[in-house]
Design a protein around this ligand. Structure first.
Ligand code: DON
Length: 310
């Protein structure tokens, strides 16, 4: 049960556009993936999905956008639903304190990425997941569609191409991992599946619904089964808290105090364990790759409701 009343959630959602209005015009959409650069930067959406099955939306909450690194949580969840914690022999659980696409840390830490949410870590998780699926892309898409309860969740070919054509850093990371013996599959197979995951399009409403399992001890939001065990859900939440927003994770914990995961498409998902999942979206990013209006919206929500894990 959420402890917040419907009226309280509706009040905060209604005042949100005004509360964050002064954050527009201070950042810019991701430009290293050209297909993301042309997006209307004035967009803002927010959706909430509560553990008792209520949905709340505001602004552009039903518009699809590129989920980008938010996919890293689906990737990790799917991988650890298939395997045990031996995954963490290949990828760490520490915040990186470096950019999400940093190469240097990987070299001096001998090819073991700091965590599953930086690009290098997600490439390792992608490689591990490849060992447990027969039709990787179809199974990944159907996993996410099931969580969101929406068959309109789809893969965006243009974003995928754009990433592939401009994926020199990710290619370098994958080659580095391979040289350290931390990729089992061919580099191109891992990159292809990784870019596919990042290229899914979903709305705030889809993402809030899809992430609800992390607010309810790993239970599937729409089916009578576990997505991951309670223990694994706790671990994913803690990784989101410490690593989900890259080298801004400390500030997120300080200012928002919720497990969060961002993507350079401008989406951020946040979890209030036992209560709800939240998704905000707005394309203008700050220097660390997190949506500025989205960050402000989460801060405002927590300040107004007093609900965070602290
Ligand atoms: O691999 C990349 O660089 C992008 N597909 C994803 C990066 C991302 O979303 C980082 N998040 N803030």
């Amino acid at each position: 049960m959420t402890h917040l009343s419907v009226a309280e959630i509706e009040r905060v959602m209604a005042s949100m556009p005004e509360a964050i209005s002064n954050t527009f015009g201070q950042g810019q959409p991701a430009n290293y993936i050209p297909a993301l650069a042309g997006i209307d930067s004035g967009k803002f959406g927010m959706a909430i999905s509560t553990v008792d099955g209520r949905d709340f939306v505001c602004g552009d909450a039903t518009e699809m956008f590129s989920i980008q690194s938010i996919s890293k949580v689906f990737n990790l969840s799917m991988a650890i639903s298939h395997m045990g914690e031996e995954l963490f022999d290949r990828v760490g659980v520490e915040p990186s304190g470096t950019a999400f696409n940093s190469l240097s840390q990987l070299e001096y830490e001998n090819g073991i990425p700091r965590n599953p949410f930086i690009n290098a870590g997600a490439l390792v998780v992608t490689d591990a997941l490849l060992g447990h699926v027969t039709s990787p892309k179809q199974e990944f898409l159907s996993f996410v569609r099931g969580l969101a309860n929406n068959i309109d969740v789809h893969y965006d070919e243009e974003v995928f191409r754009s990433e592939y054509d401009n994926g020199q850093r990710n290619t370098a990371l994958a080659n580095y991992l391979k040289s350290f013996g931390n990729l089992n599959n061919h580099v191109s197979r891992v990159l292809d599946f990784y870019f596919y995951q990042c290229s899914l399009s979903m709305s705030c409403q889809d993402l809030a619904r899809a992430f609800r399992f992390l607010a309810q001890d790993g239970k599937h939001p729409y089916k009578d089964k576990q997505v991951v065990s309670k223990r694994k859900a706790r671990r994913i939440n803690s990784l989101m808290m410490t690593c989900g927003t890259y080298d801004e994770a400390g500030e997120f914990a300080f200012n928002v105090g919720l497990p969060c995961k961002s993507g350079v498409g401008g989406g951020i998902v946040a979890i209030i364990p036992g209560e709800m999942s939240i998704c905000v979206w707005s394309p203008e990013l700050g220097t660390k790759g997190n949506s500025l209006p989205g960050t402000e919206a989460l801060k405002y929500f927590v300040e107004q409701t007093g609900h965070s894990v602290f």
